[in-house]
Design a protein around this ligand. Structure first.
Ligand code: ARG
Length: 284
């Protein structure tokens, strides 16, 4: 499974010309639950709590990092962007860890279209978002290991992963370097830092030749899709809070309307109880 996940990443990455792919491993059987992948995504960065109360890396993955360590992973070099090993569990036993081969993980170093010092922030992100802890449900059959990927929309990285206060929390760092007045909210230093961070993501992916979309393009494209489907008599469900981008919402057309709440099958679903059960059975 780990080997095929690495192959999935290679075939999805194609040096930057990203292709949407899914890989479907064995489903749950009545007498035997399927193997599962503990990682939320195939590529995730480790999170190491520090003695000073801070975190090196991605705070979101502290639990996974800890599980990997308990399973014998020696830990990475300790940078803010150490790629975690895959944790793959066969039904009923402890997961095993597998380092991802270097050639399976493409990353983009962040630079900025104007600020040459930006590179010295040492920021980077991985090219391919590949969800690996959701269950593909088809006709009542659950495929718990069915990693799938698309390509990034810049805001996922620039407005959430690197900006959220419970993730990399970089707005104060960026604002400081930009020389903004961080003493008062009213200088809109967070807003301005967000824009520059997002410009840096789009600029860097473009320069590296890695597929990425932006929230303006994708909003338009989504509404085109909706219109097309509706004309064919097919209802499309959507959740406003997932469709509207986390920055510049009102500058995109998706903000100014509502969406039907219909769910379709087959679907990718979260089974948190099953994951908990599996983790219990893993018994670290
Ligand atoms: N938001 C998640 C992340 O930043 C990825 C979710 C899937 N995104 C996608 N563009 N297919 O890692």
């Amino acid at each position: 499974i780990a080997e095929e996940c690495a192959e999935h990443l290679r075939e999805a990455t194609r040096g930057g010309r990203i292709r949407a792919l899914i890989t479907v491993f064995a489903p749950d059987a009545p007498d035997r639950p399927a193997p599962r992948i503990w990682n939320e995504q195939l590529v995730r960065y480790a999170g190491y709590p520090r003695p000073d109360g801070g975190v090196t890396g991605d705070p979101r993955n502290i639990g996974l990092t800890d599980a990997a360590r308990r399973l014998g992973w020696p830990g990475g070099p300790g940078t803010p962007f150490d790629v975690l090993p895959l944790l793959v569990q066969d039904a009923g036993s402890r997961p095993r860890w597998f380092e991802l081969p270097e050639d399976a993980v493409l990353e983009v170093e962040l630079t900025h279209p104007e600020h040459t010092w930006w590179r010295s922030l040492g920021l980077r992100w991985h090219a391919v978002p590949a969800l690996s802890d959701m269950c593909l449900e088809i006709g009542g059959i659950c495929y718990p290991a069915a990693p799938f990927n698309g390509w990034y929309m810049g805001t996922e990285i620039g407005a959430r992963n690197l900006a959220d206060t419970d993730r990399y929390d970089l707005l104060p760092v960026v604002a400081e370097r930009l020389g903004l007045d961080t003493r008062t909210d009213r200088s809109l230093w967070k807003d301005r830092a967000l824009v520059e961070l997002n410009r840096s993501v789009l600029h860097s992916f473009d320069r590296a030749g890695v597929t990425v979309t932006d929230h303006h393009t994708e909003s338009r494209r989504f509404l085109t899709h909706l219109g097309r489907e509706e004309r064919k008599g097919r209802q499309v469900g959507a959740d406003w809070s997932w469709i509207v981008p986390p920055i510049s919402a009102s500058a995109t057309p998706v903000f100014h309307r509502t969406y039907e709440n219909v769910e379709r099958n087959p679907a990718y679903v979260h089974h948190p109880e099953a994951l908990e059960r599996a983790r219990g059975a893993g018994d670290l």
